[in-house]
Write a protein that binds this ligand. Sequence first.
Ligand SMILES: Cc1cc2nc3c(=O)[nH]c(=O)nc-3n(C[C@H](O)[C@H](O)[C@H](O)COP(=O)(O)O)c2cc1C
Length: 422
Amino acid sequence: MASSGAECPSIHARLVGKRVPPALESLEDALRAGVDETRLASMARELPGGDGALALAAMLELKSRGRIEESLWIGDVEHARRRVTSPAFRPTPFRAGVAYELSRFAYVRREGAELVMESPESHWNVRLLSSRATTWLGGVDAAAESVEAPGTCFLAEAGMLTESDAGSAEGETARSAWEFHDRLFHWRSRRDGHSGTLGGTYRFAEAGDPAPLPERREQGEAVPLARLSGRPGADLFAVMDARRSVRPENETVSLSRLGEILYHAARETETAVDGTTRRMTYPTPGGLGALDVYVAAERCDGLTPGMYRYDASAHVLQRVHGDSEYVDALLDAAGRGQGRETRPAMLLTLAIPLARVAWKYEGIAYSLVLKTAGCLLQNIALAATALDVASCNLGTGNNIHFARATRLPDHVVSPVAEITLG
Ligand SMILES: Cc1cc2nc3c(=O)[nH]c(=O)nc-3n(C[C@H](O)[C@H](O)[C@H](O)COP(=O)(O)O)c2cc1C
């Protein structure tokens, strides 16, 4: 490492939180004041009897629990701070003379006034405290003995940088399958290895009841729907075996079949007395994650083509007055996405005000919504199979077209999954 005089780099460790293990009590004052790592280690070694080894082990334990914050100082400026985020942490040694580059999974975001750096491949949370620290993100050819090598080392040890020729490393094939956004979502919506909070924390509860439903732009008479299939119940296992993705051309679906499918697959069966939670024919997180089903109808006997929202408690369709050009665009894309010449008879889009789920669940709200959509998609496919109606999932939808077709901003009511009928 090149360093001299005012540019001299040092790493200081500081204790975060309250109690310390007994073995560390004699070092606590130094730790609280922030002490040079090397000095701390030698202080621990100098403890009488066997306490030195114990203190070092205790310090490693504290570090793995995120209780020790390490700062990189160059001269008298603190440039970056890091803290371990998972007990699974293992030290990543810095290899002098090796070129490093930013990991393609690492990212920087703002938290309050600070820049926080994280990566699904790192068990550290790094705070960048100076503009100089941000110049280390590009990595450095450490072989060149750059004056910025201390910064590179600090980030590389925290797993934010990877060796430039790591492409051939074991496991790279599995890593390359992951795109940045998928890996981030997968990491942050599951437990451990990051500093995020997960679960039912009710963090918006103080602000009142779960987010009220957005103002609906729906007009006209509600369209009543058929309630029961009127058939003897189909055998569940036979229906599961018979389900197929079917993409017919020019087929029409009757309004009564649509009603029966929605009745069995998507209706509300119970509302809590206080109106906050709902029971549906599919499970929802905390009873808060019921999805809205929007029906873009093209060929439905008994129904004027257009966009409708299924009211799952009244079991009726409500006409949604958005921009019809975009209802067409959604249907066009659905036909194309399923390799058809014609549009499907109807496209069902599952959408939700995410704020309702986030009212209770922190860190996993969107992940829960996608899982719930999977439950409802399968319900719809099975009900359609039982009623001899063709159904097929769609890999993706268009947020902008949906927002224009419903006049609901996609961050307020977010479309998350699509399935066609007919
Ligand atoms: C999440 C998901 C997305 C899908 N997206 C599409 C799609 O965009 N277009 C399409 O034609 N089929 C789509 N499918 C249907 C699959 O291609 C189909 O399920 C698969 O070929 C197996 O056939 P089967 O459903 O008849 O068993 C999707 C299925 C799933 C589960």
